[in-house]
Design a protein around this ligand. Structure first.
Ligand code: NCD
Length: 330
């Protein structure tokens, strides 16, 4: 297991098997008050720093709550982009160096810019730090712990990830969860991924190249994605990443955002008709949040028993607890 958790390509099959077992074990223990008390000893006396430069609900809360369930002391800066010394012009490298001096066992960071976490990991290695760095999302780059909880949920709900047919839809160009999930799925056997998106938001060629290199089959489709819904074991939908559609001219930016939102609303939503096309034993996933204006998953679809979005969120805490525990205790 690597010291830092930066990209989903780095997870080995042995690591995946161990972390999913441990997440299962922690889930079972949390269901019994006496057992959950024992969990409190696992990270007793340990310090976890959580530093978020971008908005978050689930990722941050599941790391913080999970660390508390394991008995750790947690220090959290939720809006580091506004309240940390970044506002005063401090570089990310200085912030990382400084945190290292306070000797946290784990530093969990979400950043606006792709590649920053990888730089942070290099810096920590260079200065001989003992702190583990976790990427909780680096701009449009990756979100490896989301991919872990997504694959954990696939395994839990479908019994196996090998042989899975999954359709990923929505904003595949700017969404980091689909990127990390595609990398992780390429480690399993006989997976077929269908990427369903408007052509302006289709998945990046770097991901397709990786899938080719790892002999993972895929298909790219547009608004005719519905024909392929009946073949899927899992449908993984995502919101339009409005915050990543930027243009120097504000009016142009507004128009681009409105146009893409209209395309998603008109052609790339999951509603009752799409649910009717899905297999009775298929699952509907979404990393959340759902954009309530676009409603890429409708209220009707959300109420369908095949929709596992809140289960994914809950699984996120157990998987992140398992990850913290494995980094610190082995
Ligand atoms: C995702 C993210 O931050 O990339 N949210 C999450 O962590 N569950 C998805 C999103 O923001 O659309």
């Amino acid at each position: 297991m690597k010291r830092h958790v930066i990209r989903s390509q780095d997870f080995t099959p042995e690591f995946l098997a161990r972390i999913f077992d441990r997440a299962d074990q922690f889930r079972r223990m949390m269901e019994h008050p006496a057992e959950s008390k024992k969990l409190k000893k696992r990270l007793k006396g340990r310090l976890i720093n959580v530093l978020f430069y971008e908005p978050s609900t689930r990722t941050m809360a599941s790391f913080v709550d999970g660390a508390h369930h394991l008995g750790a002391t947690v220090f959290c800066t939720a809006d580091a982009g506004l309240t940390s010394s970044t506002v005063k012009g401090e570089t990310f490298a200085h912030t990382i160096r400084m945190f290292n001096g306070y000797r946290p066992d784990v530093l969990v960071v979400r950043h606006k810019e792709e590649g920053r976490l990888a730089e942070g990991a290099l810096l920590l290695n260079k200065i001989g730090s003992r702190t583990h760095l976790i990427n909780a999302g680096d701009g449009p780059g990756q979100h490896p712990t989301q991919a872990l909880l997504d694959v954990y949920t696939l395994h839990q709900q479908l019994g196996s990830v090998d042989g899975v047919k999954i359709m990923m839809g929505g904003d595949l160009l700017n969404g980091r969860t689909v990127r990390s999930l595609a990398y992780l799925l390429s480690k399993y056997k006989d997976v077929h991924i269908t990427f369903a998106a408007p052509k302006q938001l289709q998945i990046g060629s770097d991901i397709l190249r990786h899938l080719d290199e790892h002999c993972t089959e895929y298909t790219c489709v547009g608004e005719d994605f519905r024909n392929l819904l009946p073949a899927q074991h899992a449908v993984y939908w995502t919101r339009l990443q409005l915050e990543r559609i930027v243009h120097e001219d504000i009016e142009t930016q507004k128009k681009q955002r409105e146009e893409l939102a209209r395309i998603q609303k008109d052609c790339f939503c999951i509603d009752a008709a799409e649910m009717a096309l899905m297999r009775p034993d298929a699952i509907l996933m979404h990393p959340l949040p759902i954009n309530n204006e676009v409603r890429e998953i409708s209220l009707v679809a959300e109420d369908d028993p095949r929709c596992v979005i809140f289960l994914q969120a809950e699984n996120g805490m157990y998987v992140r607890m398992a990850l913290l525990d494995m980094l610190v205790n082995g």
